[in-house]
Ligand binder design. Structure first.
Ligand code: SF4
Length: 433
């Protein structure tokens, strides 16, 4: 792996005790950790100091899980109080055809393999309309790297979704997909980002970051863009005014140092651009993948990944606990280990479920609020920019995403959904061309 960024301060150890910063709860935190090997790190946390690579390694290696959780919770509550954020979103996966064939992926299909599908634009819009409920405020669009879809498909899909759902935030295309769209379109990446932004791309999902270290990518996603390229695409999005999310896929073949390196590279880019909205730690699900021989993540690692992310990423506002992947109960616990956001209601999740997730493929708004309340947090329905979604008494969205909501985007669409899965529409046409 390449070395971690070194702009951070010295490790927690090797210095005299620091006074607590006077931040509420700092003295209590230090009292709780006074006999913990993590005390030097806790002193930095209490004083609001940036943690180093060595601190990150100590946090991942610790057996003091409660001390780690207390530190992460201290930072989380200082930033977000008792709020537990969520949003009401829908997933849309326009195609699962992908030539990349990542070892980590149980969802995509190589072209020609049974189970592959691609939606024509009108099919994708119909699919987004199906299952419309609870006044969705965001559509999350990701798919495979389709070998033959034309460039115009991508802005065309965004324009069609915006026309159908004018008030809804479109979080579309990962950095991996943006790189691919530029390649198939033979266009400069900045031009692509501008085209897609003009067509309705409001922000981008954080997928495909995995672990940036080449040693890990060579095993889990050898044909995917490099970690350096992923960060470069994110940088260009941020510079073009498109905020993005970022993920960390943990629990496959990476070690602690590679996780810390991943987080510090995110922190370094965030220092430069401020464009990351939040980090989503993703637990690797081996079932159905080429790496099915690997054991699944443990609850211990799930909580550590959330807590260490919260502590190292002092410049990223939100650390999320993805309930679909780690389960509802552990996600509740994660709200006390540094996470502030349970992501969303995620109507129609398919990608993690293809790899064996046993959670529901979606949850209602009421169910999400009950989950957050059950964890002792106060539910806060956010929009894409973490502002409160305003609804009327019947649940109809009145305001989200920095504008008054367009009613056409909140009513259940009429008409029957078009067919949208294997063998439909576009792939049939492509196969016969
Ligand atoms: S993880 Fe993404 S790039 Fe890799 S095979 Fe799956 S869909 Fe394709």
């Amino acid at each position: 792996m390449s070395g971690p960024p070194t702009r951070d301060a010295a490790p927690g150890g090797g210095r005299g005790p620091r006074p607590p910063s006077g931040r509420p709860g700092a003295e209590r935190l230090l009292r709780h950790l006074r006999r913990s090997p993590l005390l030097p790190v806790a002193e930095k946390v209490a004083a609001g100091e940036r943690l180093s690579c060595e601190d990150g390694l100590a946090l991942f290696a610790t057996t003091d899980l409660t001390g780690l959780g207390r530190m992460a919770n201290f930072v989380r509550e200082a930033r977000h109080g008792n709020r537990g954020y969520y949003n009401v979103n829908r997933y849309l996966n326009p195609t699962n055809l992908c030539w990349v064939d990542c070892g980590l992926c149980a969802w995509a299909r190589l072209p020609g393999v049974p189970g592959g599908y691609t939606m024509a634009v009108e099919e994708a819009v119909a699919e987004a309309s199906a299952g419309w409920h609870d006044g969705i405020t965001e559509i999350h669009v990701v798919g495979g790297l389709h070998p033959t879809l034309p460039y115009d498909y991508y802005p065309g899909l965004l324009r069609a979704l915006k026309a159908r759902f004018p008030g809804v935030h479109l979080k579309a295309w990962t950095m991996v997909e943006l790189d691919w769209i530029a390649r198939i379109g033979k266009r400069d990446l900045v031009e692509v980002i501008r085209d897609l932004k003009a067509a309705g791309m409001d922000s981008c999902p954080g997928g495909g970051a995995e672990i940036f270290a080449k040693r890990v990518r060579d095993v889990i996603c050898a044909n995917k863009i490099s970690g350096e390229r992923w960060l470069e695409v994110a940088r260009l999005c941020h510079l073009e005014g498109v905020p993005t999310n970022v993920t960390m896929l943990y629990g496959s073949v990476e070690d602690d140092a590679e996780r810390v390196d991943h987080l510090l590279r995110i922190r370094e880019l965030q220092d430069e651009t401020g464009g990351f909205l939040g980090l989503i730690p993703l637990a690797f699900h081996p079932e159905g993948t080429q790496l099915a021989h690997l054991p699944p993540s443990t609850g211990l690692l799930d909580l550590k990944a959330v807590a260490v992310s919260r502590l190292l990423l002092d410049n990223v506002d939100h650390v999320k606990a993805y309930w679909v992947q780690i389960g509802e109960k552990l996600a509740q616990a994660a709200l006390h280990f540094g996470a502030d956001d349970l992501v969303g209601t995620v109507t129609e999740e398919t990608i993690t479920h293809a790899a064996g997730a046993t959670t529901e493929a979606g949850i209602s708004r009421a169910g999400m609020e009950a989950l957050i309340r059950g964890a002792g947090r106060e539910p806060f329905e956010r929009d894409a920019f973490y502002e409160r979604v305003v609804r009327d008494g019947s649940g109809r969205v009145l305001r989200a995403n920095r504008h008054d909501f367009v009613p056409a985007g909140t009513a259940p669409p009429g008409g029957a959904a078009l067919p949208s899965h294997p063998g439909s529409g576009l792939d049939t046409a492509l196969a016969s061309s």
